[in-house]
Design a protein around this ligand. Structure first.
Ligand SMILES: *Cc1c(COP(=O)(O)O)cnc(C)c1O
Length: 214
């Protein structure tokens, strides 16, 4: 049925070298996810909690589930016990809830701060000042059940490659500035339309959906 899935994954992996691939499986059927699983892939990304929980329940337990979309505070409790990496932390309030639910599960949840880099109003994310304010806040420093691994960002949806490259570069600069001091290792940027530009500009992890399944 979907003979291209494995071919598409192989092609993308050859293009991106050591960069990690998270297969964005939102809206895709269990059959399609099983096909990805059969290729050996274990990192899947979802952006809606209900769909994520449904798929987690029905698929093998060695899958690493990434939350890549906007996360509502009241939904954190449904994913806290198993989520592998939350890419979309964009407020201290949300992070407090993640820390609280992680503590209940007796675990540490890895996460990324989502930064606003696009020239679009609709995308979620922090600006640099908001990031620094969180990093410096005593409340944040006392959180024992969350661990920041780096940053995530989405570039503007445009054909202007120069603009997209500049947005990725600015995020990479911020990442490089803090990574050694804060022990960061993950820069999540790049999707189907722009992952090559993202990799060229320092991405360590790309999130690709449509290019794999279409
Ligand atoms: C849907 C989505 C992706 C994947 O987008 P494609 O263009 O299908 O590759 C990546 N990141 C986020 C946050 C998404 O919501």
């Amino acid at each position: 049925m979907h003979n291209n899935i494995s071919k598409n994954i192989t092609q993308i992996e050859q293009e991106i070298g050591n960069t990690q691939l998270v297969v964005v499986s939102k809206y895709r059927s269990l059959e399609e996810l099983n096909e990805v699983y059969a290729t050996g892939h274990r990192n899947f990304g979802e952006n809606r909690v209900q769909e994520l929980v449904d798929k987690y329940t029905q698929l093998p337990k060695d899958i690493n589930w990434h939350v890549i979309g906007h996360l509502q505070t009241n939904k954190v409790k449904y994913i806290a016990s198993f989520v592998h990496l939350i890419h979309s932390i964009d407020s201290l309030k949300l992070l407090k809830e993640v820390n609280k639910q992680a503590k209940k599960c007796d675990r540490v949840i890895p996460f990324l701060f989502q930064m606003h880099i696009a020239d679009e109003e609709t995308k979620f994310g922090l600006n640099k000042d908001e990031l620094l304010a969180i990093l410096e806040s005593p409340v944040y420093r006392e959180m024992a059940n969350v661990k920041c691994k780096g940053l995530m960002g989405m570039a503007t949806n445009t054909d202007d490659e120069k603009q997209v490259a500049e947005e990725f570069q600015s995020l990479n600069t911020l990442f490089e500035k803090h990574k050694t001091g804060l022990g960061w290792d993950t820069l999540s940027m790049g999707m189907s339309g722009d992952y090559l530009l993202a990799v060229a500009n320092g991405s360590t992890l790309i999130r690709v959906g449509s290019k794999i399944f279409n």
